[in-house]
Design a protein around this ligand. Structure first.
Ligand code: FE2
Length: 313
């Protein structure tokens, strides 16, 4: 079929009615965006000669995606989260706020309200006996290298099976989730266990689409961070552990060169010793540079639905 109907008065009128252009109520921005979205979908149907069978399988796919709770998993897989970061980086550049530790995607697995402690925390509940013990440490500074005391370093990561507490109900409450405030020298440290990378559920909706694209749905081992302090731009980032098969092949496109961190085995870590942790341990060091800003809206994480977080959209 090669019919072209997009330029017809009938389709134009249909799209305007779909978007409520002839109605006085509603939200003007929403109307414009829905009009554009539907126009572009109609155009895709025309340009690719999408069959009714293909169209309806897509509609039911969206329903299944929602029922599986995978919409926020498919989004990074399709580069959306990375794209929003690219836009924010460009906005920072324009506003003279570039620099500091690079941001990267948050992902959908943050849980608000993790226990908070000064300068050091143990993040794991001790239940993973076989796990590799890790000391995550670093210093938070400003762009001149001056230490930032009382910055909040909010860390979360997966367990050895690639699962996150709260979403994985078999883990204890807030397992592998902690907030640590930096000491007078801007330092933080956490004892934890080495996370495993993980993949999209093999039978899930996200992997189903990735299969059609010839793509895997795997992420390397990584550790998520929010770092904040009044007067500085809120940082959302994560580190990828070097040497993972997927370090540079993350399905969610979160890897950035400056965020790849080596894990090194030491017989006794000086930092761990200062916090009473003795014996062989794997050290992961991640230093953070925050960028000063007087704009309050940039000092906090943006609103989005997050587990156990109140006051978000
Ligand atoms: Fe993650």
């Amino acid at each position: 079929m090669t019919v072209k109907t997009m330029q017809s008065a009938e389709v134009k009128e249909l799209l305007e009615k779909v978007a409520g252009f002839d109605m006085s109520g509603g939200n003007e921005r929403m109307k414009k965006i829905v009009h554009r979205v539907m126009h572009d979908i109609f155009q895709i149907v025309e340009d690719f000669d999408v069959t009714p069978e293909e169209f309806w399988s897509a509609v039911y796919y969206v329903g299944e995606l929602g029922a599986n709770g995978e919409a926020a998993l498919l989004a990074p897989g399709l580069g959306m989260d990375r794209y929003l970061d690219i836009r924010q980086d460009a906005e920072d550049e324009e506003a003279g706020l570039a620099g500091g530790t690079p941001r990267t995607i948050e992902g959908p697995l943050y849980v608000a309200g993790a226990p908070i402690s000064d300068s050091f925390a143990r993040m794991d509940d001790g239940s993973s006996k076989e796990a590799e013990v890790v000391l995550v440490k670093g210093q938070v500074t400003d762009e001149s290298g001056a230490p930032l005391a009382h910055a909040v370093v909010d860390i979360w990561h997966a367990d050895t099976k690639g699962a996150y507490s709260y979403f994985d109900q078999s883990q204890s409450e807030y397992n592998l989730r902690r907030r640590i405030t930096t000491d007078a020298e801007g330092r933080y440290a956490a004892q934890s266990i080495m996370p495993s990378g993980y993949g999209c559920p093999p039978e899930g909706s996200t992997q189903k689409l990735l299969n059609h694209l010839g793509r895997h749905g795997q992420r390397p081992a990584h550790i998520h961070y929010f770092v904040s302090k009044p007067g500085y731009k809120h940082l959302t980032t994560q580190i990828n552990i070097a040497g993972d098969k997927y370090t540079y092949d993350d399905f969610a496109f979160a890897t950035r060169e400056e965020l790849v961190v080596a894990a090194s085995h030491v017989e006794q870590s000086e930092t761990a010793g200062q916090h009473g942790v003795t014996g062989p341990i794997t050290e992961v060091e991640f230093n953070v540079t925050l960028v000063a800003t007087d704009k309050p809206e940039l000092q906090e994480r943006h609103n989005r639905p997050r587990a156990l977080e109140t006051g978000t959209a």
